[in-house]
Ligand binder design. Structure first.
Ligand code: ATP
Length: 235
């Protein structure tokens, strides 16, 4: 089943157009990665999907609904959880308090929320160990995991991750990617934006290469990894 369908999407900032006529789908249970160099429009694409920006033309359909004109909170309620580039966690609050807030916008059922909280901290042992520590005292990689776990508190149908590796050391990045791969195996549908094309394609089912706001290549992760022009430019 197609969960996310983007058709003819164009968007920009004022007079500056950034995305041009993007078509992309994400099937239920898939991990799709969007790769491309700095400024290709990856973040803009994610922001347009999750309602933080309005497209100038085109449409976004999600879970059988037209969500093109919905704002951020409404797309969150529709089941899209977006972890932005700078992984904002509430540094002065504990890990546990952050997780509670994670489900706040999309969830009202307190009992289920508490159950999810227990289940999620069990899945991320690092968070369990530090549940009462201030989030600001966590390392960059741990904060990234917390940001992802907060997003999962909403029980999203689609998890959108914007450059989770940003600012992390290679070893830590690998650990975060291992977690993303695990979530995918457990059935979470993921749209992952990454500049580390190689690592992202290693764990993805399919990939799309954005170049100057256009789709430059689209295929299975294996096809893209074997494509000479993709290899030359991005791998
Ligand atoms: P990065 O990895 O650096 O975030 P990206 O592929 O995600 O790159 P975007 O952040 O989507 O790219 O930026 C695409 C283009 O839009 C760039 O040329 C950028 O300068 C421009 N841009 C981004 N944000 C704004 C803004 N708020 N106002 C004007 N132009 C912007």
């Amino acid at each position: 089943m197609t969960l996310l369908k983007i058709s003819g999407l164009s968007a920009g900032y004022g007079q500056v157009s950034v995305l041009h006529d993007i078509d992309l789908t994400v099937e239920q249970g898939e991990l799709v990665t969007v790769i491309g160099t700095n400024g290709a429009g990856k973040t803009t694409l994610l922001r347009t999907i999750s309602g933080l920006m309005k497209p100038s033309s085109g449409a976004v359909h999600f879970d059988g609904r037209d969500v093109t004109r919905l704002d951020g909170p409404a797309t969150a309620r529709a089941g899209i959880a977006h972890v932005p580039e700078n992984r904002r966690v509430f540094t002065g609050l504990s890990v546990f308090e952050n997780l509670k807030l994670g489900g706040f916008v999309a969830r009202r059922d307190r009992k289920q929320r508490d159950e999810d909280l227990t289940r999620l901290v069990g899945q991320f042992p690092i968070l369990e160990e530090r549940r009462n520590q201030a989030a600001g005292s966590l390392s960059g990689g741990e904060q990234q995991m917390l940001a992802i776990a907060m997003a999962l508190m909403a029980r999203p149908k689609l998890l959108i991750l914007d450059e989770p590796s940003l600012g992390l050391a290679p070893l830590v990045t690998q650990r975060v990617f291992d977690e993303i791969e695990r979530l995918h195996r457990e059935g979470v549908t993921i749209l992952l934006v990454e500049q580390l094309a190689n690592q992202a394609l290693q764990i993805a089912d399919r990939g799309v290469v954005l170049k100057l706001g256009h789709v430059a290549a689209l295929g299975t992760a294996r096809e893209l990894m074997n494509d000479e022009s993709v290899q030359r430019a991005y791998l």
